[in-house]
Design a protein around this ligand. Structure first.
Ligand SMILES: C[S@@+](CC[C@H](N)C(=O)[O-])C[C@H]1O[C@@H](n2cnc3c(N)ncnc32)[C@H](O)[C@@H]1O
Length: 287
C-alpha cells in the first residue's frame, strides 16, 4: 500500500510499479528493471555486475523472530507523537547529518515518523519519507513525499535505481526481519558515492525487535549492522560512530540530580549513540 503526502507535487524521479492511490495520482508507472547494471569486459562482452548482490545471509531463521508475531501494520496503526530517543542522541545525529549530507541532495528517510532529525538550516533538493504510519509521516515537516510499506512483508522499494544521494534509518534497524534484502535495495536506489547512515541506541519496542537484537549487546548490535552492509556486494567498508555520553545543549537542561549522577558516573541518563555508515562503491571526497 502506498500513501502519498497530502501536499505532494508531481515528482518524476519516483516511478512506481503498483499504485493503490486515488486515480488523480500524478506519477507515471513503470516496471522496475530486474538487472541493476551491466559492464563490458575486455572481449567486449556484456557482463553482469555483481554490485548490489547479497553475498550471504547474516541471520539464521531463528534470529529473525519477534515475540509479537502480529502484523507490524497493526502495531503501528495508531500514531505515536513521541520522540524515541533523547535530545542528546538527536543532537549528535543532527550533527552527523550536518557533516555527511550535502546540501541540495536527495534523501530517503527510511522507517521515519513525524519528526525529522535533519539539520533545519540545510536545504535539500528532496526528502522522501517511508514508514508504517501515514498520520505520523504526514506531520513530518521535512518530507516532500512519503510512502507506507511494511518491509517485513516486502522489501522491494517502488523507487528508481540510483535516484538518492543518501538513505537514513534511525533507531529502527532492529525491527527488520529481512535486513539483507533491505540493505540490497538501499544499495540499488543509491547513486554511486551515496551514503547509508544507520543509527540506533539501546531503546526498542522489545516485542517487535528481532531475536538477535534482543539477545545482543551494544557491541554485537554494532557488528550486526556492519555485517548487514558487508553482506551486500559494493558497499564500502562500514565506519562506526559511537558516542556514549552525548554532550549537547540538551544536557544543560537536565535536572541537578541527573547531572550529579552523571558526574559520579552512576547514571548519565543519556541514550548511547551508535551509527554505522557506508557508501555505495566509493566514499566521495568533497573540497
Ligand atoms: C522507533 S520508530 C523510529 C522512527 C523514526 N526513525 C525516528 O527517528 O523517530 C520505528 C519506526 O520503524 C518503522 N517500522 C517498524 N517496523 C516496520 C516495518 N515492518 N516496515 C516498515 N517500517 C517499520 C515504523 O514506521 C516506526 O516509525
Amino acid at each position: 500500500m502506498l500513501t502519498i503526502h497530502p501536499n505532494a507535487k508531481p515528482w518524476h524521479s519516483i516511478t512506481l510499479t503498483t499504485l493503490h492511490t486515488p486515480s488523480s495520482f500524478p506519477f507515471k508507472t513503470k516496471i522496475l528493471p530486474t538487472k541493476i547494471t551491466n559492464t563490458i569486459n575486455e572481449n567486449n562482452q556484456t557482463e553482469k555486475s555483481s554490485a548490489g548482490n547479497i553475498k550471504r545471509l547474516v541471520l539464521p531463521q531463528e534470529g529473525r523472530t519477534k515475540l509479537d508475531t502480529f502484523s507490524d501494520r497493526e502495531f503501528y496503526a495508531y500514531p505515536r507523537f513521541v520522540t524515541h530517543v533523547d535530545d542528546g542522541f538527536i543532537s549528535t545525529l543532527t550533527n552527523l547529518y550536518r557533516e555527511r549530507l550535502r546540501p541540495g541532495s536527495e534523501i530517503l528517510d527510511l522507517m521515519s515518523s513525524w519528526v525529522s532529525h535533519l539539520p533545519k538550516e540545510v536545504k535539500f533538493k528532496r526528502v522522501v519519507g517511508h514508514g508504517l504510519n501515514a498520520q505520523e509521516l504526514a506531520k513530518n515537516p521535512r518530507l516532500d513525499y512519503f510512502f507506507v510499506k511494511d518491509l517485513n512483508q516486502e522489501q522491494k522499494f517502488e523507487l528508481e535505481s540510483c535516484s538518492f544521494d543518501a538513505v537514513l534509518c534511525t533507531v529502527s534497524v532492529q525491527y527488520l526481519q529481512q535486513p539483507e534484502k533491505v540493505f540490497a535495495e538501499v544499495f540499488r536506489i543509491l547513486r554511486p558515492g551515496g551514503v547509508f547512515i544507520v543509527s540506533f541506541s539501546n531503546r526498542m519496542f522489545y516485542e517487535k525487535a528481532i531475536r538477535v537484537w534482543r539477545d545482543g549487546t551494544a557491541y554485537s548490535r554494532v557488528q550486526l549492522v556492519v555485517q548487514y552492509f558487508q553482506c551486500v556486494e559494493g558497499f564500502t567498508q562500514p565506519e562506526i560512530v559511537r558516542k556514549l555520553a552525548a554532550t549537547s545543549g540538551a544536557q544543560e537542561n537536565k535536572s541537578a540530580f541527573s547531572w550529579i549522577m552523571g558526574l559520579l558516573g552512576i547514571f548519565s541518563g543519556s541514550d548511547p549513540f551508535y551509527a554505522v555508515i557506508a557508501y555505495k562503491n566509493f566514499k566521495p571526497v568533497y573540497e
